[in-house]
Design a protein around this ligand. Structure first.
Ligand code: ZN
Length: 137
């Protein structure tokens, strides 16, 4: 039995970030459908969530790994800006006691600096612009 299960899953794609998004969307639609009184709208939401459910299963069990990877790569490329925005917020919070974040006045790049009180001259690593940074204690 275990051997059969292993051979069934051998060569299958599995899960990725796109599948994770689809699973989250599935649960959001299922929960939203619970609170919608309109029967037709409720049925539409259930239908869409059912499609998402089967799409997740299909992608996980797919043997066409190249195509599934390409889909995930497109998803990751399209959401790069959003994911980086959240990552920056997370890092700002995580390193808030040891570092500060400043924006380069020339190229608008976000630069992480050590939290050393005083006035410093900073050189942007991207464009090389020098600017003054004052850090309060
Ligand atoms: Zn710059």
């Amino acid at each position: 039995m275990r051997q059969k299960l292993a051979s069934f899953f051998y060569g299958r794609y599995g899960s990725d970030k796109l599948n994770l998004l689809l699973i989250v969307l599935y649960f959001i639609l299922e929960i939203a459908a619970l609170f919608i009184p309109n029967l037709i709208a409720k049925l539409v939401l259930y239908a869409i969530s059912l499609v998402l459910f089967f799409l997740v299963i299909f992608r996980m069990l797919s043997r066409n790994i190249a195509k599934r990877s390409a889909e995930n790569a497109v998803y990751l490329r399209l959401t790069k800006g959003i994911r980086e925005w959240f990552l920056l917020r997370r890092n700002k919070w995580k390193y808030r006691k040891t570092h500060i974040y400043r924006t380069c006045p020339s190229c608008k790049a976000t630069i992480r600096l050590k939290r050393l009180p005083g006035e410093h001259t900073c050189v942007c690593p991207r464009c090389g612009t020098k600017f003054t940074v004052k850090i309060k204690k």
